[in-house]
Design a protein around this ligand. Structure first.
Ligand SMILES: [Zn+2]
Length: 314
């Protein structure tokens, strides 16, 4: 890990703007009590997005400019010229939108939500909670400024899951987030399959923990896989022809043992959702094409079933 805190060469921070509507709102007061420098908060969120989506600051040389050790920024990073954060009284939590050419991004963040997140037994806990929530939501929204979305075709749940995966890896996950699986019901023969309360693309932390589980457990799978054996970009290019789906006949060999599953396992290195994001730059989402299979050698539905069983069906 490179310790240089500055973006490398061509990774240029966009202009960062900040606006507050209704400065007298309690949410604005709470915001400024916790975030003394909004520029630093926004910059950190941008850098977390670069780091977890693209490996920025890892010292990896991805282009041919080896002499200069320059890691070339992806298009998604190059095109963003300005991000505006607006705090305002509104329902909901936050949302992000942008100009057609992708150069201007705007994040609207609810002051009401900031007030609502001021919770805890003690003042210290309330303050810590509201700070974590502000930085966590900000990180999630800034990820939307930089992630790929299959040219607008990727499922919303996957987009939200990747954004929350970055939030999880940036250590801004709220206390109620847990790696949980939905309740499951096994449908007897002739179907012989599990059905679940919600699916892999439920979004937000539900999808985030599934993506992270793939990352953390894939090393224990006995079936050969490619994600861990190479950089994601190489994994992608080496799998232009998808592995045969005949690999789906065996369940994921990860030991399925719901009762001993660690309730707070370590999080992975984030390579899997980084690889997924990279895949969504070039390709439109096609329900017939299983990106999970291409990146791990295991079909998505098999991974999902193993995840649910590993994390304890209800
Ligand atoms: Zn979102």
């Amino acid at each position: 890990m490179v310790t240089d805190p500055k973006p490398k060469n061509s990774w240029i921070l966009p202009r960062l703007d900040f606006r507050v509507e209704d400065l007298g709102h309690q949410g604005a007061e709470l915001f400024f009590r916790q975030i003394s420098n909004p520029y630093d908060a926004m910059k950190s969120a941008v850098e977390a997005s670069w780091k977890w989506l693209y490996g920025w600051n890892e010292g990896i040389v991805l282009d041919n400019d080896r002499d200069n050790q320059v890691m070339k920024p992806p298009l998604a990073v190059q095109r963003v010229k300005r991000i505006t954060l607006t705090l305002r009284p509104m329902d909901g939590v936050a949302y992000t939108f942008g100009s057609d050419d992708g150069s201007e991004k705007e994040v609207h963040f609810s002051l009401k939500h900031i007030v609502n997140s001021y919770k805890g037994d003690t003042d210290d806990k309330k303050n810590a909670r509201v700070r974590e929530e502000i930085l966590g939501v900000l990180t999630h929204e800034i990820v939307h400024c930089y992630q790929y979305n299959g040219q607008g075709t990727a499922p919303g749940g996957l987009i939200e899951g990747i954004a929350d995966c970055v939030r999880l890896h940036a250590n801004f996950s709220p206390p109620h987030w847990k790696r949980i699986a939905p309740k499951g019901k096994h449908v007897p023969e002739p179907n012989g399959k599990w059905t679940w309360d919600w699916n892999w693309d439920a979004g937000y932390e539900r999808t985030a923990y599934f993506l992270d589980w793939i990352d953390t457990t894939s090393e224990t799978w006995s079936h050969p896989h490619i994600l861990r054996d190479s950089e994601p970009s190489k994994a992608i290019s080496s799998t232009k022809s998808a592995p045969s789906s005949s690999t789906s006949t065996v369940p994921v060999p990860h030991q399925i043992s719901p009762s001993i599953s660690d309730p707070s396992p370590p999080i992975g290195r984030g390579l899997f959702f980084r690889a997924l994001n990279a895949r969504l730059e070039e390709y439109k989402w096609d329900p017939e094409v299983d990106l999970f299979l291409q990146l791990t050698n295991w079909p998505r539905e098999t991974l999902w079933e193993a995840y649910c069983l590993d994390n304890g069906p209800g």
